[in-house]
Design a protein around this ligand. Structure first.
Ligand code: GLP
Length: 234
């Protein structure tokens, strides 16, 4: 089920989401948290970092998991999800490499998918998955299609995803991604879906129809027992 919580603006969505992240790490100092990238969660992460510092919360045993990654870019390319997470979350929080599970951008293959899934299981599974929704309704890089691949996989990017703002900084065209599958996302104990920004109305309306469709991968969250969707008034 998805419970929807409306907020007046992006700042208040981010404030509420960062509070939830802080509450989780205070309640469970060894939490395993899967994190999306992109414009939507950016301010949530910045506020979370500020709160961790001001509250002196101990995040040394928290494990972060990268949700997805563009395939084929060098790991230090500013367009990568890697660079985003290092800059906005991992470095400011001082997360040790052994507390971070992630696909390597320039080594995306089936072995890499298997390694990430195995390491998540070894940590006891995801406590929380922080997600955004794509303009095309995608979740992670699970793209709309006639059928969906449930497991962690390499995906061919939808035309709209190839135009994602993050990729404007890429030094070459990106046509593929690697992503946790819907099976991995739905196995998280809790999901926090953030919806804000331009161009999300169509995908968000489709999500609110309460119908599960492979054309709207985010709609699979109706099958999850505990998803909160924090969204801006649109
Ligand atoms: C990309 C990211 C996803 C993100 C989505 C939405 O596909 N890899 O993790 O959820 O875009 O991005 P934005 O929040 O910038 O709209």
């Amino acid at each position: 089920m998805i419970s929807f919580q409306e907020y007046p603006d992006y700042e208040s969505v981010s404030e509420a989401a960062s509070e939830q992240l802080l509450a989780l790490v205070q309640r469970k100092p060894d939490a395993v948290i899967c994190v999306a990238t992109g414009a939507t969660p950016l301010l949530t992460y910045q506020r979370f970092v500020d709160k961790v510092k001001s509250e002196k919360a101990d995040v040394s045993r928290v494990t972060f998991v990268k949700l997805d990654e563009w395939v084929g870019l060098a790991p230090d390319n500013p367009a990568t999800c890697e660079a985003f997470l290092q800059l906005h979350l991992l470095k400011p929080l001082g997360i040790e490499p052994e507390r971070y599970i992630a696909f390597t951008p320039d080594k995306a293959d089936h072995e890499e998918s298997a390694r990430v899934v195995r390491e998540i299981a070894e940590c006891g599974g995801l406590d929380l998955c922080v997600l955004g929704i794509g303009k095309n309704g995608h979740l992670g890089l699970n793209e709309p299609d006639e059928w969906l691949e449930p497991a962690c996989h390499i995906t061919s990017l939808d035309e709209r995803t190839r135009l994602h703002d993050m990729l404007k900084q890429a030094d070459r065209p990106v046509e593929q991604g690697i992503t946790l599958g819907l099976k991995d996302i739905l196995a998280a104990k809790e999901v926090l879906l953030l919806v804000a920004g331009e161009g999300k109305q169509q995908a968000f309306s489709a999500l609110r129809e309460r119908k599960v469709s492979t054309k709207v991968p985010a709609s699979f969250l109706w099958l999850h027992p505990k998803t909160s969707c924090l969204y801006c008034s649109m």
